[in-house]
Structures are given as structure tokens and as C-alpha cells.
Design a binder for this molecule. Sequence first.
Ligand code: ADP
Length: 166
Amino acid sequence: MRKAVYPGMFDPVTNGHLDVIRRGSVIFSGLIVSVGCNPLKQALFSVEERMEMIRHNVKDFKNVEVDCFEGMLVDHLAKRGTNIILRGIRTASDFEYELNRALTNRVFDKNAETVFVMASEQYLFLNSALIKETASLGGNVSKFVPPDVERGLMQKFKRLQRKNTT
Ligand code: ADP
């Protein structure tokens, strides 16, 4: 039995991510959802906010934990005592991006293995950027994210809108 790390930005976590987490928790003996702190990728939610939203929504999965990491993913894997990375694939463009990342990780640690799950049909089109754009325009995202994430998005955009008007 092996544990795996599921890394990502999760800005914010969507029902698509939660579907991957649920399925990963069945495949592996333990799953660590690791929120990336990447200075090159500007996030709407802080690392703490992203971790809290994931924790809230995985509390029923007993073998899932949530942490964060900065720097190289392979170093984080070593710290967490595993060489397995879980990632999801939605489209052909995801495949090219993910293949690139998987091969790059293997350059830095030849034992790093990436395991992919294919997105479920209902989440094929779902990504965090689309959710943020929809929420920023006042669209209803309740079908795509859990209720606490929807509330978080509404608060962020109200706050940003308020900032812009002062
Ligand atoms: P990144 O910024 O590294 O792409 P994301 O938070 O966007 O991080 O995604 C983390 C992982 O989850 C990636 O492997 C991505 O392909 C996967 N993923 C995101 N949304 C979905 C979805 N709707 N269905 C399946 N996998 C998904």
C-alpha cells in the first residue's frame, strides 16, 4: 500500500479536484493534497485559505490530509516519504502539459512516478480560472464548487469590487 501526493494550485478547489481526491483516496492507502505556493503564479486565495477550503471538504475522507509546499515538488515528495504524484487530465492540452511536468520531475528524481486519473465527464470542462472569471462577473458557480468555496468567491469579489470603487 502506497501513499501519494496530489499537488496543485487549487485556487480555489473545485468539484473536479474533489472528484480526483475521492478517487485517489480509494487507489492509495493515503493521499496528501499539497497546495503549491508558487511566486510565479498569482493566486486569488492565500495558501491558508486554499488549505482551509480543501480541509473542510475532505473531512470525511479518513486517509486524506492537506499540506502546502514551496520550491521543488520532488523535495516535498522526499519530505513526505513518497515518490508518487497524482494528477488529473481533462483534455489533450492537459496531457501535453502534464507529460512535460512528469518528465521534468523525473529529471530531478528518477524515482518520481506520476499517476494520472482521467476527469469524470461532468467535470471535463471545469477549471479554477473559469470559476473565478464566472464568479467575478456575478455568475452562479454553485454547480461547480462546494458552498463554502462559493461563499469565499463571493466575498473576494465583493471585497475587490469595493476596493476598486474607492
Ligand atoms: P495546476 O496549477 O498545477 O494546473 P490545478 O489546481 O489547476 O493546478 O490542478 C491540479 C491538478 O488537478 C492538475 O493535474 C489538473 O489537471 C487537475 N484537475 C483540475 N481540475 C480538474 C478536473 N475538473 N478534473 C480532473 N482533474 C482536474
